[in-house]
Design a binder for this molecule. Structure first.
Ligand code: GLU
Length: 375
């Protein structure tokens, strides 16, 4: 079964973590591993599958060359390390995939490239063109210009956004752990392995805890966040241990890994994008009546809005928070934070009187809104 999910996928995204690519003892590239991995990738291409790689490792590689100290780096230091490491990483992929006659394309993304609708569509166009020309995009975050507020910080969620963007049918997160356990197996000896997740319930999120590795930024929590985005986009997601040679072949051969199955009813593309927003620009707090209306499939009207927080413009994605303080939906707001605050609690017919212009009747129209909770 599992073997087929990867072998039959048309478009595959594979995320490679820093811990696999960089030797923790000396900070050098694990060339032997990368050689075997690229041979694995070439095998998929030969079978006619399209492949996108999301590769970490720039910062981990660059810090050694710059002689930066062990431990947490300052922002400027990780930006510098990324500049030095990324070029080495890209060269290694190019050399090794060249040997298989495969053209590599480097794509560096910043958060805005997936969070702003127009830039998302542009990036999607470029990736589709690269794939149609037969090349393999190797993607990383553009860490050299990314600062705390505008960065993904982990490549798990970046990879999920990419998988969603290109409509991939399989996303593989190669990691230093072989999948999801009921608790962190390094801390609890009785943690049980979970081979398959059909729905990401709150219990599954609790299982993810906060496990992380020494080198990469993503723990199990970011992998679950990635899984949510992927399954909502109709994409299978697999968390597997990557340290062995030929990790993809091993998955096909039935090696232990966790599969997240895509949701039964894939959401429309635009709604997938809204639900997958990594950093909503602000929040809109609503009353019980509005919660019921939203769960019933209605739009959010000013009457049900209590207040706004954060700075956002018309067209930005915001969280919608119920009286219990939990985010229950997400949507594209038709008003800026200031205007939304001014019409909060008003009837739609009074909008013009309050604002001096006639905006939309709805603060967030139902076509621009996704529920994050079951009705
Ligand atoms: N983009 C970072 C790098 O290339 C890695 C992020 C991660 O560890 O997920 O070094």
């Amino acid at each position: 079964m599992a073997a087929r999910r990867l072998a039959q996928a048309k478009r595959v995204v594979v995320k490679v973590g820093s811990a696999l690519l960089v030797d923790a003892r000396n900070g050098r590239l694990n060339r032997g591993w990368l050689e075997s991995f690229t041979a694995d990738v070439a095998r998929l291409r030969k079978r006619g599958q399209e492949v996108i790689l999301v590769s970490s490792g720039a910062i981990a590689l660059g810090r050694r060359h710059l002689g930066l100290p062990a431990g947490k780096l300052k922002l400027e230091e990780s930006q510098a390390a990324a500049a030095v490491g990324q070029i080495r990483l890209a060269h290694a992929y190019k050399d090794l995939l060249d040997a298989h006659g495969i053209t590599v394309a480097q794509v560096l993304l910043t958060l805005g490239d997936t969070e702003q609708r127009q830039r998302y569509l542009n990036a999607r166009g470029t990736l589709n063109t690269l794939l149609s020309l037969g090349s393999i995009p190797v993607i990383n975050e553009n860490d050299t210009v990314a600062t705390a507020e505008i960065r993904y910080g982990d490549n798990d969620r970046l990879a999920a956004r990419v998988a969603q963007m290109v409509g991939a049918d399989c996303l593989v997160l190669l990691s230093d752990i072989d999948g999801l356990y009921t608790a962190n197996p390094n801390e609890q000896a009785d943690a049980v392995f979970v081979p398959r997740v059909e729905r990401i319930t709150p219990e599954i999120e609790v299982m993810a805890g906060g496990a992380g590795s020494a080198m990469g930024s993503g723990g199990m929590q970011t992998k679950i966040a990635a899984a949510k985005i992927a399954v909502g986009a109709g994409c299978h997601l697999c968390i597997a241990k990557g340290a062995h040679r030929r990790p993809l072949q091993r998955i096909e051969g039935g090696a232990r890994c966790t599969w997240f199955l895509p949701s039964a009813t894939p959401v429309a593309m635009r709604k997938q994008w809204i639900a997958g927003t990594l950093k909503p620009r602000g929040s809109i707090f609503i009353d019980d009546g509005a919660v019921r209306a939203l769960l019933g499939g209605k739009s959010l009207l000013p009457a049900g809005m209590l207040r706004a927080s954060g700075r956002f413009d018309r067209g930005d994605t915001v969280s919608i928070v119920g009286p219990d303080g939990l985010e229950m939906a997400r949507g594209i707001c038709a008003y800026s934070d200031g205007d939304a605050a001014r019409i909060a609690g008003c009837r739609s017919t009074d909008i013009e009187k309050v604002l001096g212009f006639h905006g939309r009747d709805e603060i967030i129209h139902r076509d621009d809104l996704v529920l994050l909770r079951d009705p």
